[in-house]
Ligand binder design. Structure first.
Ligand code: FDA
Length: 398
């Protein structure tokens, strides 16, 4: 007879990865305790995708994830695919749609995904302990002991699924890193990712564009994204900028192509077709008016001829202007930090974990899954897919 406080596995964190892991292990007949300090499970799921949860991406592939070990995510992603999660969603009759770029969203509400995972946990007899912080964790005699509200629970396996510190006001913490370090695992420096970039005084001109968006191609460190960019009162946001922020390093520049859809000699062709028009007016056919104005004003500060009619601007100047507009560099002075970051890059080092099971290679029974691990996906459902896949891998292995 087991002591009432003894389980087969304790999962810390009832978010996306933790619920998937607990339900998977419970369905295999394991007695699982799922603990979260928040009063309800899956808070980040609830606010995700603008309340509709972009729950996976059909184009999931390991090269859409950042990690010190580019191969680490392969095994888990291969064994639990977007179609596996979609089959679960359909089994629960949750209506969904593909928005763009393989991104799948609920037609209704993210609440349906949380309800589905909660029901999976209930069906698998998972015990949930919500609303109280963990006060102590230790390991002795092959058992992990977790103390909550003065009561200690034990199990031979413990899963860290407490995510990363992005959006602390939702209860996000760096708890997983502290516990990982307690057990001798390394942590790759965590940093905000999928986060708006901020601009300094030299780009103050762009503040007047707050609210303006445009389709751009943005590049940094040999990685490019072609999506919408949004100017904010603090700098740059929108999908293109959130994506590139994960690759950006402090004091480096990003290059923005404001004319990703025009031909190579577009401005020269405009000069031939409409010699009486100005650069500013020509640009308004390809860009929002306010953006065209600010870009032209900035370029005319350096080359005054660009304020003239195109017929009076030399071909050389127009070629230079187009080169400038297709590789406009910004050097952000920072990001909006963990308070606004959709995810945390870095985390528990993959070199200390098995890519098959997510178990720490030198600490039997300790598993790390989800965002807590140094695996960070692109924007667009990739991070949830990693949470499901890594949670499933650990849930099968426990
Ligand atoms: P997650 O953060 O989901 O769960 C961790 C759990 O641990 C939480 O329930 C937390 O309360 C708990 N916890 C933390 N510290 C604890 C402690 N000390 N003790 C006990 N419990 C603790 N991704 C995507 O693919 N599609 C999308 O649409 C979005 N949208 C989105 C919007 C916004 C605003 C944000 C902030 C993030 C997204 N994401 C996303 C990212 C996605 O939410 C994220 O990658 C996953 O939730 C990570 O899942 P985890 O289970 O690893 O952590």
């Amino acid at each position: 007879m087991n002591a009432p406080d003894a389980f087969d596995a304790i999962v810390l964190g009832a978010g996306a990865a933790g619920m998937m892991c607990a339900a998977t292990a419970g369905a295999r007949g394991l007695r699982v305790l799922l603990i979260d300090h928040a009063p309800e499970p899956g808070r980040k799921i609830l606010i995700s995708g603008g309340g509709r949860c972009n729950f996976t991406n059909l184009h999931t592939a390991p090269d859409r994830y950042l990690s010190a070990n580019a191969h680490f995510a392969k095994s888990a992603l291969r064994r639990y695919t977007p179609h596996d999660f979609l089959a679960l969603v359909e089994r629960y009759g949750i209506a969904w749609h593909e928005k763009t770029l393989g991104q799948l969203f609920c037609d209704g509400s993210a609440r349906q995904i949380v309800a589905m995972l909660s029901e999976e946990c209930t069906a698998a007899s998972v015990t949930m302990l919500l609303g109280s912080p963990v006060s102590a964790i230790d390991h002795a005699d092959g058992l992990y002991r977790v103390t909550v509200d003065g009561r200690t629970w034990s199990a031979p396996s413990m899963v860290l699924a407490t995510g990363g510190p992005s959006i602390p006001k939702l209860g996000a913490t760096g708890f997983a890193y502290d516990v990982a370090r307690q057990f001798g695992l390394s942590v790759v420096q965590p940093r905000p990712a999928l986060v708006p970039l901020t601009l300094g005084a030299e780009d103050a001109l762009f503040q007047s564009l707050s609210g303006v968006s445009a389709q751009v191609e943005v590049s940094c460190n040999k990685t490019s994204f072609r999506e919408a960019a949004l100017f904010t009162h603090r700098g740059l946001s929108g999908p293109a900028m959130l994506q590139i922020s994960s690759y950006w390093q402090h004091r480096t520049a990003i290059a923005v192509n404001f004319l990703p859809d025009v031909e190579a000699e577009w401005l020269l062709n405009q000069k031939r077709l409409q010699p009486r028009t100005t650069l500013r007016r020509a640009l308004t056919s390809a860009l929002p008016v306010r953006l065209a104005e600010v870009l032209t004003d900035r370029m005319a500060e350096e080359a005054r001829s660009l304020g003239a009619e195109l017929g009076n601007v030399s071909d050389k100047s127009l070629r230079a202007a187009q080169a400038h507009l297709t590789a406009w560099t910004f050097t952000p002075n920072g990001t909006e930090g963990f308070a606004k970051a959709e995810v945390t890059a870095g985390g528990v080092a993959t070199r200390d974990l098995s890519s098959q099971t997510m178990m720490a290679t030198r600490v039997p029974g300790l598993y790390v899954i989800g965002e807590a691990v140094d695996v960070t996906g692109w924007l667009g459902g990739y991070n949830f897919q990693w949470a499901w896949a890594s949670g499933w891998a650990a849930g099968q292995a426990l």
